[in-house]
Ligand binder design. Structure first.
Ligand SMILES: C[S@@+](CC[C@H](N)C(=O)[O-])C[C@H]1O[C@@H](n2cnc3c(N)ncnc32)[C@H](O)[C@@H]1O
Length: 444
């Protein structure tokens, strides 16, 4: 009986279809209550409705599409622990929606997997609900950003560790000129922190408090307010080149101000932990112990056992819309990572043919690791100025790998400039809709 209770009973496609058709966004606060769920047609006109279901023909196949405002465009609605920036991350509402859509209430899936985990939005959201997680990303920064948040050390342990740190010791000149970003005293603190953290890591002495401080510092390296170590620059997920920063400084007539690195780390720590309940912290620490976090090509993840995953919620790179490695050079420097070699591992291509081959390989790998009856929610968008819907490329690739495509879920909303996440240009080369291809592994 106990075994039965713990078993993952996946939703059947007919149940998912019914849930999607009858979906209505429920207002979850006063601001939301003033907004009715709406759909926007091609002209931008709003039409109040529940889900619009239509069909699209791709080659020989017809796919069902479900269009609605499935989750809110409101900012900061997710858990505070999500609030670190990463290029082209999705909102926590996206995985939350699919986690609740694809499993019946009170039945926890054994394992949620994200092969392109980025900052770890899917996995953190899943772990906050007590689901087990596995993740992968070709960029080693992903684990640096996610693992400490799964370990969720206490505020007291971070305060204590920060007090122990001596960040004012004289330092040698850095190997690269960073004076356009940092005042001399700030750079000295950053260099001391970097040396200390990397030495602890290299000696195998790094603990959860160190990893947390590394994660927060990585996130605070550069940004557009006094909450960051740097002078004003672009949002923190897209460090500009040294030359470009010099130009920004000249245009804004600014010089880098001195910052208190420890105070900034502590402030961000308090903010990240502010919504964490005692129960969530317990869930997270449990999950952290078993979390498998890999740094592989998503098409080849031999550490993940056959049919070990119940649900995949993920989003791959969209052709060449984002230069992940280039944007992360400062974060790589701080963490002692080689940005050039990471760049070679990350798939960025303007060729649709190459992208198709890449995603086809990933689909075959996902088919291997997903359990019969399990689900894949694969998020893509429209690219090339809205002329290419990548969901129409992905759906046939999922089917060629063996999955059945149950439909394409389109979350349609009027984004404000920053409603999705920094790094997605509104109405330009980025994406205005989330388009999720839903794939089901038919049980034998
Ligand atoms: C759209 S982002 C995922 C963002 C994530 N959903 C989040 O919320 O942070 C795509 C990710 O794919 C990673 N990536 C690119 N090529 C890859 C590959 N060949 N194998 C694994 N990961 C790859 C990038 O480093 C990036 O983090």
């Amino acid at each position: 009986m106990l075994k039965m209770m713990n078993q993952f009973l996946p939703m059947e496609p007919a149940q998912v279809d019914a849930a999607l058709r009858s979906f209505r966004l429920i207002a979850d606060d006063a601001t939301e209550r003033q907004r009715q769920p709406t759909l926007f047609d091609d002209t931008g006109a709003a039409a109040p409705t529940t889900t619009l279901v239509d069909e699209i023909v791709v080659g020989e196949r017809t796919y069902k599409r479900y269009v609605n405002e499935f989750w809110t465009a409101r900012q900061r609605g997710g858990h505070s622990l999500h609030e670190i920036s990463y290029r082209a991350c999705f909102k926590a509402e996206l995985p939350r929606f699919f986690l609740s859509l694809l499993h019946p209430p009170h039945e926890k899936p054994v394992m949620v997997y994200d092969p392109f985990m980025g900052r770890g939005t899917t996995l953190l959201e899943a772990a906050l609900s007590g689901f087990r997680v596995a993740g992968n990303d070709a960029n080693p920064l992903s684990e640096i950003l996610l693992r400490p948040r799964l370990e969720a050390p206490s505020l007291d342990s971070i305060v204590e560790r920060l007090e122990e740190l001596r960040l004012d010791a004289p330092v040698a000149e850095p190997e690269i000129d960073l004076s356009m970003f940092y005042a001399p005293g700030t750079l000295r603190q950053i260099m001391n922190l970097r040396t200390w953290l990397n030495r602890r890591r290299d000696l195998g002495e790094e603990d959860a408090a160190d990893r947390w401080i590394r994660m927060v510092a990585t996130n605070r390296l550069s940004g557009h307010s006094s909450g960051f170590f740097s002078v004003y620059t672009l949002p923190p997920n897209q460090a500009v080149s040294a030359q470009r920063q010099r130009e920004i400084n000249a245009r804004r007539q600014q010089t880098p101000p001195e910052r208190d690195v420890k105070a900034i780390i502590l402030k961000k720590t308090r903010s990240l932990l502010r919504k964490l309940t005692a129960q969530q912290a317990r869930y997270l620490r449990n999950v952290a112990q078993s979390a498998l976090l890999m740094c592989e090509d998503a098409g080849r993840t031999p550490m993940l056992a056959d049919e070990s995953v119940d649900m995949v919620i993920t989003s791959p790179p969209f052709l060449n819309t984002v230069q992940y490695a280039q944007d992360n050079w400062l974060r790589c420097w701080f963490n002692g990572l080689d940005a050039e070699s990471i760049a070679r591992r990350i798939t960025v291509t303007s060729s649709l043919q190459q992208w198709r081959a890449f995603i086809g390989g990933v689909m075959h790998e996902l088919y291997r690791v997903v359990r019969p009856g399990g689900w894949v929610a694969f998020e893509v968008g429209e690219v090339r100025g809205g002329t290419l819907n990548l969901d129409e490329v992905v759906a046939p690739l999922g089917e060629a790998a063996g999955f059945r495509c149950i439909g394409i879920v389109i979350n349609s909303q009027h984004f404000t400039k920053t409603a999705n996440c920094w790094g997605v240009d509104n109405n330009a080369k980025g994406t205005n809709t989330n388009r999720i291809v839903l794939l089901w592994k038919v049980p034998a």
